[in-house]
Structure formats: structure tokens, C-alpha cells
Design a protein around this ligand. Structure first.
Ligand code: NAD
Length: 284
């Protein structure tokens, strides 16, 4: 049976360290500030935004939410971002994705100042990550790396297979595993014989967005299985991309859904907001 990697416990440890640093900054008169923009009524996005706000409050950070209507036009959104770029109380800005279809996501990502881009989606930050010399790491992949480190899982020389090639998860995940000397394969919807790649994975990261996509036959005996997927089932319950009950029998480590990668994503966002505040106040 696999050891369960508990994202709640690990994220609590990360957040405790952040809260201590935030208290130290407050003594210097600095309060890290995060602005979260949400456009439209997507229920999952609303939950994520509310969790991010709650985490800010819990850690003593300042947070402000801009909930914009579905029919918001790009000019209004860019104007808001421009104002937040200039606002010294705001150190980090994030715009919850996906945006309604009529809004150009790239235009929005490009409008956020790289030094306030706590999601690390701006091309400047993406380029820095490629070079291995970065200020911020994208929240979900960085949270996963933190989990591996916490559990003492060495990536060096391991066969790492990432399922999914999104800019948010799959691609940066592969890059971070590569930085830690993993031998990395990125697989996707056009990959032929995906199961064969997965069966060869010492570390398997599933970021597909399909419930129970990774079946028992795709998991190597003793593999580390990281489940990024968040899928809402008909009964309202959340389910990952991995068939947990089956994979748990073969894996050495596995992350649950919920309570695995999700809490780590938020903890990393808080870490990035703290880093942004420190950099903007010339503390690091
Ligand atoms: P996405 O839709 O942008 O990308 C999905 C990827 O899966 C694509 O690259 C696609 O090529 C691949 N894919 C689709 N069908 C496939 C198939 N049959 N075989 C192999 N690959 C296939 O999604 P995303 O933004 O990367 O998110 C993936 C999942 O992770 C979603 O469930 C999302 O909700 C979840 N997510 C969770 C967190 C978290 O904090 N836990 C953060 C971000 C995303």
C-alpha cells in the first residue's frame, strides 16, 4: 500500500513559515497584498478564488477581490490590471483562468507586471523558469516539487512522466522535474500508447482533467503517483485523474484528491505573494 502524501499537512507547514515571515514584515510596516480578479460565474473558479482569499487572511496578508460580470470587455479588464500594477498596496495580481471565451487570455497575462505576476504565467517569468533562474514558480508544479522534497523523494535519474502539456501545469511541471535531474517525458492527447510510457514512470504526474483516467495497469510497481486533476462527479464529490483505490495498491507514494496537490497550489501562491512583497520593498 502506498504512503499517502498529505497536502494539508505539508501546506500547513509551508504556511506556518510564511505567516512568521509576514509577521516580521509587519513590524517593518509592510503588509503583502494580493489582488484576485474573477470574471464570470464559473462555480469552480469561485471556490478557488474564495480559498485564495481565505489563505491570505489566515496568513495576515491583505487581499482584495474583483468579481467582474461575465460580459466584461477586455478594455475594462486591462484598465483594472493597469491600476493594480500601479497600486503600491498590491504586490501580487492574479486573474483566475479560464476567462470567458470573448476575453483574450494572453492579453490579460501579458498585461500583469512580471514582478507582480504571482502565478508565473507572464512570458518573462516563463522564460526565467526555462533558464532555471526565476523569482516565481507556477503554483501547482512548485507545490508538487515541495511535496516531493518534504517526503524525501529524490528526482535525480528517475523516469518522470507528465500526462498533460498545459502552460499552467504540464509544461512547467516537466521543466521543474528536469531542473531536479529527472529524465522527463511529456505525454498528451496525441501520444501513442500512453500506457506504455506511464508503466515506465518512477514518478507519474497526471494533469489531464478526466476522472480516473490513470488506471491500475498504467502504474509501475513502486511508482510515485501525483494526481493534479480536480473533477466534479455527478454526486457532487471531487475525484482526481487517477483511479486512487487501484493505484494505491501499486504505488509507493500517492496524492489524494481532495487534500493533495490543491492545498499546495494555494500555499505556493502565498509564498509567491510574500516573495513579491519582499522584492518590491527591496528586502531580498
Ligand atoms: P488542460 O485542459 O489545459 O490540459 C489537459 C491536458 O491533458 C492537455 O495538455 C491534453 O493534451 C491532455 N490530455 C487530454 N486528453 C488526454 C488523453 N486522452 N491522453 C493524454 N493526455 C490527454 O488542463 P490543466 O489546466 O492542465 O488541468 C488539468 C487538471 O488539473 C484539471 O482537472 C484541472 O482542474 C486540474 N488542476 C488542478 C490544480 C490543483 O491545484 N490541484 C491546478 C490546476 C489544474
Amino acid at each position: 500500500m502506498a504512503k499517502i502524501i498529505d497536502g494539508k499537512v505539508i501546506s500547513a507547514a509551508v504556511k506556518e513559515k510564511i505567516a512568521a515571515e509576514v509577521r516580521g514584515l509587519k513590524e517593518k510596516g509592510i503588509v503583502p497584498g494580493l489582488a484576485v480578479i474573477i470574471v464570470g460565474e464559473d462555480p469552480a473558479s469561485k471556490v478557488y478564488v474564495s480559498n485564495k482569499k481565505k489563505a491570505c487572511e489566515q496568513l495576515g496578508m491583505y487581499s482584495v477581490e474583483y468579481a467582474l460580470p461575465e460580459n466584461t470587455q477586455i478594455d475594462e479588464l486591462l484598465k483594472l490590471i493597469d491600476n493594480l500594477n500601479k497600486d503600491s498596496k498590491i504586490n501580487g495580481i492574479l486573474c483566475q483562468l479560464p476567462l470567458p471565451r470573448h476575453l483574450d487570455e494572453d492579453a490579460v497575462i501579458n498585461a500583469i507586471l512580471p514582478e507582480k505576476d504571482v502565478d508565473a504565467f507572464h512570458p518573462v517569468n516563463v522564460g526565467k523558469i526555462m533558464n532555471g533562474d526565476y523569482d516565481f514558480l507556477p503554483c501547482t508544479p512548485a507545490g508538487i516539487m515541495e511535496m516531493l522534497e518534504y517526503e524525501g523523494i529524490d528526482v535525480t535519474g528517475k523516469n518522470c512522466v507528465v500526462i498533460g502539456r498545459s502552460n499552467i501545469v504540464g509544461k512547467p511541471m516537466a521543466m521543474l522535474l528536469l531542473h531536479k535531474n529527472g529524465t522527463v517525458t511529456i505525454t498528451h492527447s496525441k501520444t501513442k500508447d500512453l500506457a506504455a510510457f506511464c508503466r515506465n514512470a518512477d514518478i507519474l504526474v497526471a494533469a489531464v482533467g478526466r476522472a480516473k483516467f490513470v488506471t491500475e495497469d498504467m502504474v509501475k510497481e513502486g511508482a510515485v503517483v501525483i494526481d493534479v486533476g480536480i473533477n466534479r462527479m455527478a454526486d457532487g464529490k471531487l475525484c482526481g485523474d487517477v483511479d486512487f483505490d487501484a493505484a494505491e495498491k501499486k504505488a509507493s507514494y500517492i496524492t489524494p484528491v481532495p487534500g493533495g496537490v490543491g492545498p499546495m497550489t494555494i500555499a505556493t501562491l502565498m509564498k509567491n505573494t510574500l516573495t513579491a512583497a519582499k522584492k518590491q520593498n527591496k528586502i531580498v
